[in-house]
Design a protein around this ligand. Structure first.
Ligand SMILES: NC(=O)c1ccc[n+]([C@@H]2O[C@H](COP(=O)([O-])OP(=O)(O)OC[C@H]3O[C@@H](n4cnc5c(N)ncnc54)[C@H](OP(=O)(O)O)[C@@H]3O)[C@@H](O)[C@H]2O)c1
Length: 268
């Protein structure tokens, strides 16, 4: 029987804008009671207005010491959490030769360590109920070795790898874990300061379309969602010829750097 989101509770992190806001609105429209969190209260209030009966919390998930306690607060106030959507995240577009260790640590804290803390805090209550859905918003970056995104790609690869092991550990428990690999989605992630320009040249997809696909994934199952779906073929191609893939990627990057008039730190 299909698992439906109607009548369930969900916690969506990073729901003040972008993909998280779209997921929160989509789940709410489908009859889910949605709790949302992020750092910007004014934007959360706009999203909450579209989530009847929902709740919001202003929280900095990069502050790891507070994450587990926040998970318990959210669960208590929502009356338990059926669906955890780990969506909050930050980009880091920076050439490896210009990357600082602090940047690597910050990206790993928000994109990997924080969602794992939320999972570890909420998993026992899901397992006790024998029911629950954990959705981790990863990225195609986890698989594609994207240029100038080593810190970001590694943080996403970490949450994807954790999810794969978790899926095996909780198999048969009634709780399932899902990974989402978005490609390029039209959000403010590409305008955030302290990042190099994006090297991508694909037309962006809409966050609302991705949110609808994620709801289908939650309801119908399936460990991994690629969005758009053809990107899975790129991952398969890479797995069959990693040297060819990396050489092609370096060639493409050099071309994009020239086209966009960017500097190459190795050839100033
Ligand atoms: N857009 C894409 O093409 C794309 C592709 C692949 C994967 N993704 C992933 O999708 C997720 C959502 O990204 P997006 O594109 O929707 O970007 P976005 O518009 O920048 O949204 C990021 C969300 O995370 C929240 N957030 C950031 N830092 C936070 C912190 N320290 N504590 C709590 N919340 C925080 C932001 O809210 P506040 O600033 O209000 O805190 C915002 O709600 C991310 O995990 C991203 O890596 C995006």
């Amino acid at each position: 029987m299909t698992w439906t989101v109607a009548g369930r509770t969900a916690l969506v992190t990073g729901a003040s804008t972008g993909i998280g806001a779209a997921i929160a609105r989509d789940l709410a429209a489908a009859g889910c009671t949605v709790g949302i969190c992020a750092r910007r209260a004014d934007l959360l209030a706009d999203v909450l207005a579209d989530c009847p009966g929902g709740r919001s919390w202003v929280v900095d998930l990069a502050d790891l010491d507070g994450v587990s306690a926040f998970a318990h607060t959210a669960s208590d106030e929502l009356g338990g959490i059926d669906i955890l959507v780990n969506n909050a995240g930050m980009p880091k577009r920076r050439h490896a030769n210009a990357l600082s260790v602090d940047e690597v640590d910050r990206v790993m804290a928000l994109n990997y360590l924080s969602p794992v803390r939320l999972i570890l805090a909420l998993l026992p209550e899901m397992l006790a109920r024998g029911d629950g859905r954990i959705v981790n918003i990863s990225s195609v970056a986890a698989r594609f070795g994207p240029p100038r995104e080593g810190a970001y790609a590694a943080s996403k690869a970490a949450i994807s790898a954790f999810s794969e092991s978790l899926a095996v550990d909780i198999s048969g428990s009634g709780v399932t874990v899902h990974v989402v690999n978005p490609g390029i989605i039209d959000t403010e992630l590409f305008q955030l300061p302290d990042n190099e320009p994006s090297l991508g040249d694909l037309p962006p997809e809409r966050a609302s379309d991705l949110a609808a696909a994620i709801r289908t994934q939650i309801e119908e199952g399936g460990f991994e969602l690629w969005f758009p779906g053809w990107m899975k073929d790129v991952a398969v191609g890479k797995a069959t010829d990693i040297d060819g893939f990396l050489a092609g990627s370096a060639e493409y990057t050099a071309e994009r750097v020239r086209t966009l008039g960017l500097t190459d730190p190795l050839r100033p």
